[in-house]
Design a protein around this ligand. Structure first.
Ligand code: GLU
Length: 480
């Protein structure tokens, strides 16, 4: 049987790290077994769902390169894929449950329910509905509704049953049905609740595996009883451990950028975020840390999730991002850098082919220094400013006799060169070392200070390659 998984965001806020990880795990599983990933928008909470959040979720998934096989924009055989377009379907199933006595209408007012639940709370009892409206026959309930009364639909939860399901992370999970109680299936406005709609949708969409956060474990126990009431087959589950901040507290905005788009704006790469998310609660069998998609897809298995919470480690994310910046194909990484070069005014929006080629060369050099794409603002300016201030300390070093010898020799040779390239500059540096007889900082510092006015940055040969002959000579002339 073909594996079918789903990612089912509620568009009540922006996609954050936790949601993105769930999406990624489902995507990896589908890709690893040749399965189907369904994207379903769970927008039945009308008060809190917004179109903006739907658009943002879709945009975030696209940025992350997580593609789906069925869902919004890609219609499939089990649509519609927005829950708000499926109300008729839910109603059909609700009618069935009502007819079979597996659900009933409840006319209790919110005040009445609140009073009862606060009483249960005071007495330290389980907060469940007392079943008062079960006594109202279906015919009478329909009559009352016809006469304008509002009613919700409640599950007639079976007594003395155990809800059991198998979980790839938690093993066998059991809960007594009286702890679930007669939960609400449909609200007074006719909209289904999450726990109800999710069962019908997962069944109708032929979902075989449900991979989601551990915060849904108690919901799953409720859902299993609803599956059983319908006689539906229960899917397999994997509830992944929570993500905590480095202070072991629940991950929140305090721990830095939290929506996916914040990470994009800060200059994190989608492939680095995928790599990082995969390691939040999952491990590669060979303990690989830096991974590209193929590594993750090849090794992905549901039995490699960890039970203990995952810790969101920003230092690790930065390390992975820097690795991906260095190791991603040059054309691809250049394309990711371009918007940042344009944003910082280093490149015009309508850049020419020549400027594009220059940008690529620039990226090939500065990518070795950047941890996030935004770092270009630290490393690019030196290529634009032929005139810059230097510190007194640098000045003193540049004025030393040995430094002057280095700069003179280097300048002379540069002026004789026809082409300035990484390789021939590397050779020239070696030659300078040999001819002048200095090495290490005595050799590198004077050249670096004279060319860039800074003490750190890209490799000297790379810097020269980008500066070109004219700029190199202009800069050296100021100090020799
Ligand atoms: N809409 C739910 C959420 O965003 C989905 C939970 C599930 O995967 O069933 O939390």
């Amino acid at each position: 049987m073909q594996v079918r998984v789903r990612f089912a965001p509620s568009p009540t806020g922006f996609l954050h790290i936790g949601n993105a990880r769930t999406a990624l795990f489902n995507w990896l599983y589908a890709k690893s077994v040749g399965g189907i990933l369904v994207l379903r928008i769970e927008d039945t909470d009308q008060k809190r769902s917004t179109k903006e959040a739907v658009d943002m979720a879709i945009k975030s998934l696209k940025w992350l390169n997580i593609d789906w096989d069925e869902g919004p924009e890609i219609e499939g055989p089990y649509g519609p894929y927005y829950q708000s377009d499926r109300l008729e379907i839910y109603k059909e199933y609700t009618d069935k449950l009502l007819e079979e006595g597996k659900a009933y209408y409840c006319f209790c007012t919110s005040e009445e329910l609140e009073k009862k639940s606060s009483m249960q709370k005071t007495l330290n009892q389980l907060i469940t509905y007392d079943g008062k409206c079960k006594a109202v026959s279906l015919d009478e309930a329909k009559e009352r509704i016809k006469n304008g009364e509002l009613a919700r639909v409640r599950f007639n939860c079976p007594k003395d049953e155990i809800s059991v399901f198998e979980d790839f992370v938690r093993g066998t999970v059991k809960k007594a049905s009286h702890e679930v109680g007669d939960i609400v299936l449909c609200r007074e406005n006719g909209f289904p609740t999450y726990n109800y709609a999710v069962v019908i949708d997962d069944m109708l969409m032929r979902i075989t595996h449900v991979i989601r956060g551990e915060d849904h474990i108690s919901n799953t126990s409720k859902q299993v009883l609803i599956y059983q009431a319908f006689g539906f087959e229960v899917p397999k589950f994997a509830h992944t451990a929570m993500i905590l901040g480095s202070d072991k507290e629940k991950l929140s905005k305090r721990h830095g950028a939290s929506t996916l788009m914040d990470f994009k704006d800060e200059g994190y790469l989608p492939q680095a975020i995928r790599n990082f998310l995969a390691l939040l609660g999952w491990t590669h069998p060979e303990a690989l840390e830096t991974m590209v998609d193929e590594d993750m897809i090849k090794a992905f298995a549901l039995n490699r999730f960890s039970k203990s919470p995952a810790i969101f480690d920003t230092a690790k994310l930065r390390h992975l991002n820097a690795w991906h910046i260095r190791n991603t194909d040059l054309d691809e990484i250049t394309n990711l850098f371009l918007p940042f070069l344009i944003k910082d005014g280093f490149l015009k929006e309508d850049y020419t082919e020549e400027e594009g080629a220059w940008a690529k060369k620039l990226v090939s050099v500065i990518r070795h220094n950047c941890v996030v794409l935004n770092d270009i603002s630290k490393y690019v300016p030196i290529f634009f400013q032929n005139d810059f201030e230097i510190t007194t300390e640098m000045k003193e070093i540049l004025e030393k006799e040995e430094s002057q010898k280095v700069l003179k020799f280097f300048k002379e040779k540069i002026s004789e060169m026809d082409t300035i390239e990484d390789a021939n500059i590397k050779d020239l540096i070696k030659l300078t070392q040999k001819e002048v007889g200095v090495k290490g900082p005595l050799l590198y510092h004077p050249i670096r200070y004279a060319l860039t006015g800074t003490s750190e940055g890209s490799e000297l040969s790379h810097i020269c390659d980008i500066l070109g002959k004219e700029s190199i000579l202009y800069r050296l002339n100021k100090f020799v």
